[in-house]
Design a protein around this ligand. Structure first.
Ligand SMILES: [Zn+2]
Length: 142
């Protein structure tokens, strides 16, 4: 019943690439991205595909305690949002990517860190674009 099982391997690979900011698979085309967009997994920002929060969760399926080792090549690492928890192999615990984007955006708006530092903390281009959109929204009009 999950969206993951309905996606073709190419679509899933494409979604993963979009979510992590890596180059898209060579076989991915506008129809592949269109299929992801129709499922609400990908949104277009300035013409570029960006994983939606739903898409990011599909791209990084939550690791259950019993099935966390399904993808053998991924090793758990510390969640990048700073919560100190370990991930199932991605950069973030499920949902924590959005939390980190919000933290970075607020810190940049409050001038606690520079925009470049904030972008540096966010591993993927998709998250950087999301943070930039939030920064624009949070910045008070001069
Ligand atoms: Zn976290």
């Amino acid at each position: 019943m999950t969206a993951t099982t309905e996606l073709s391997p190419l679509a899933l690979e494409t979604l993963n690439a979009i979510a992590s900011g890596e180059p898209l698979p060579a076989k991915a085309n506008s129809r592949t991205i269109g299929a992801l967009a129709r499922r609400g997994l990908v949104i277009q920002i300035d013409g570029k595909p960006v994983a939606s929060s739903v898409g990011l969760q599909v791209a990084e399926p939550p690791a259950s305690s019993t099935e966390g080792k399904r993808k053998g090549k991924r090793t758990p690492q510390e969640c990048r949002c700073g919560c100190g928890e370990m991930t199932g192999g991605g950069n973030y615990r499920p949902g924590h990517d959005a939390r980190h984007v919000g933290q970075v955006a607020r810190a940049v708006v409050a001038k606690e860190i520079s925009l470049a530092e904030g972008m540096d903390q966010l591993g993927s281009q998709a998250l950087q674009l999301k943070a930039q959109a939030q920064i624009v929204r949070l910045t008070p009009a001069a």
